[in-house]
Design a protein around this ligand. Structure first.
Ligand code: SF4
Length: 497
């Protein structure tokens, strides 16, 4: 098989098309963020959850003396894997096939959904159990299965909560991070068939209710659908790491197992897992070791699923791989550490990003996967959803330089805009250049700016008329000081002479 970059044959697949799946935001980030910011319950939940996970992560990372070397090793393994991706994918395909599995290649979300739907239909089953998977959320698999009359049940507790509520996930690792215990109790009472009406909002009671609801489905399901955290090219082994044991049930009980995996998840060797299985649990859940790590290689006769499929998903990954700067975003192992330290994410939550990938990684990965059609494309606003504080880079276990990629994506957009009529920002910068280049004009501007004190409230100016509104629409403007440095200096010099 001939594979170009990430997928077989030419022409290379385009970025992830709109219309299917959950990558294309419906509205620009600032519009969605303003709405989410008004939800105080959401902000309280987010602040509590992210600060708890942050503290746990920091404690367990500090225990590892060679943490930085592990990060370097992970970055080097991922860089090499991306450089050799075509050969690794062919090797993976051969190994999975040699061990009794079947490999399918999907160029985009629609193709992947069609492949999975046809595979489920062929079994005669009308329901599937699912392991938490970002790839299947990305392609909108549950919606596609539902349209085909197939019921999909999410078995990860947080994913189940989101599914029962008809909601969308807001965090990579903790999809129901925006829900409180009281809200979860209400969701269970309203949507979970057969639940005890005296259900309390005690975490243990809620978990037991979900457990008995899911147990029935595990036992009767003929088909399971999973994602994969890793795939080992040299052996054809796939791996899922999870905390609840629901994944282990899905991966071992049903007769048919279908795994949908982004092509960037492939690693060359089994020994590479040594690095990633140390980095992932400490970075994601703040645990020293992952509670359940399931590895499987094709079919084992008489043990576990006897019909095993792997769907290799492109959906814009080849386009991202062709991007010399942005391709590092494909190194992501979806630990979510960058979300938990991001001051923007902590305040607006995941829904504001409009994509299945929120937070700092979403701000680069989403536009790289979808491409940015034009300045008005809502995904074009995502690289600006950052303060560039650099906290995401500091915690990333695979050392993705997210701030630099954000700046590069912003630069491209500004450059693209330069082709036509200069935008407001460019005009403002040119005017600023002229004013700051002249002592007389700068002094005049200082005096005009001083008038801003008349409209300031509580130390800041909330709203200015155009063109000042371009700034105050999304940021506060500190009130000008009563005295500028130059007037202070002039007075001081006058007093001293
Ligand atoms: S970018 Fe890094 S920190 Fe963020 S989810 Fe991916 S691996 Fe984790």
């Amino acid at each position: 098989m001939k594979v170009a970059l990430g997928m077989p044959g030419r022409p290379l697949p385009p970025p992830a098309p709109a219309g299917v799946g959950n990558l294309h935001a419906a509205e620009p980030f600032p519009v969605a963020a303003r709405r989410e910011l008004a939800d105080t319950q959401l902000r309280t939940n987010l602040a509590h959850a992210t600060s708890t996970i942050r503290a746990k992560r920091a404690a367990v990372v500090a225990e590892v003396p060679d943490w930085e070397q592990l990060r370097d090793a992970a970055s080097a393994i991922k860089t090499a894997a991306m450089a050799d991706l075509p050969a690794l994918l062919v090797q993976l395909d051969e190994q999975v096939t040699a061990h009794g599995g079947t490999v399918h290649w999907a160029r985009d979300a629609a193709e992947a959904n069609r492949i999975v739907t046809d595979l489920v239909r062929a079994t005669g089953s009308r329901e599937v159990v699912k392991v938490k998977s970002m790839a299947t959320q990305e392609i909108g698999l549950n919606e596609a299965l539902e349209a085909a009359g197939i019921e999909a049940t999410e078995t990860d507790l947080a994913e189940l909560i989101v599914q029962l509520a008809g909601d969308t996930p807001s965090h990579i690792l903790v999809p129901a991070i925006h829900r409180s215990r009281a809200q979860i109790r209400e969701i269970f009472l309203t949507h979970m068939a057969g639940v005890d009406p005296d259900l309390t909002d005690e975490p243990r009671v809620l978990a037991m209710a979900a457990r008995s609801y899911l147990r029935e489905r595990f036992l009767r399901a003929e088909v399971a659908v999973s994602g994969a955290n890793f795939a080992i090219a040299e052996t054809g082994t796939l791996g899922v790491v999870e905390s609840e044991g629901n994944g282990r049930m899905c991966l071992t009980l049903p007769r048919t197992l279908i795994t949908v995996m982004g092509i960037e998840k492939v690693l060359p060797r089994t020994q590479d897992l040594e690095v990633f299985l140390q980095l992932l649990p400490r970075s994601s859940t703040g645990e020293r070791m992952n509670p359940y790590t399931s590895l499987w290689t094709g079919v084992t006769p008489g043990d576990g699923p006897q019909d095993v499929h792997l769907v290799l998903l492109d959906n814009g990954r080849t386009a991202a791989l062709a991007d010399e700067v942005g391709r590092a975003a494909l190194h992501c192992i979806r630990c979510s550490a960058c979300l938990n330290v991001c001051p923007v994410y902590e305040r607006v939550g995941g829904h504001a990003y409009g994509s299945v990938y929120p937070g700092p990684i979403g701000a680069i990965l989403t536009p790289l996967l979808t491409g940015v059609a034009a300045h008005g494309d809502p995904n074009a606003s995502l690289p600006f959803a950052s303060t560039l504080c650099g906290a995401c880079y500091d915690v990333c276990p695979v050392k993705i330089d997210i701030p630099s990629i954000l700046v590069d994506l912003r630069r491209r957009q500004v450059d693209a805009d330069r082709g036509g009529v200069p935008g407001g920002l460019e005009v403002a910068m040119r005017v600023l250049g002229v004013v700051m280049g002249s002592a007389r004009l700068f002094g005049l501007a200082e005096r005009v700016a001083g008038l801003g004190r008349l409209v300031a409230r509580g130390g800041s100016i909330r709203r200015l008329p155009w063109p000042g509104s371009l700034w105050t629409e999304s940021r506060d403007l500190p009130a000008p000081p009563a005295q500028t440095f130059r007037s202070w200096w002039a007075r001081r010099r006058g007093a001293g002479s």
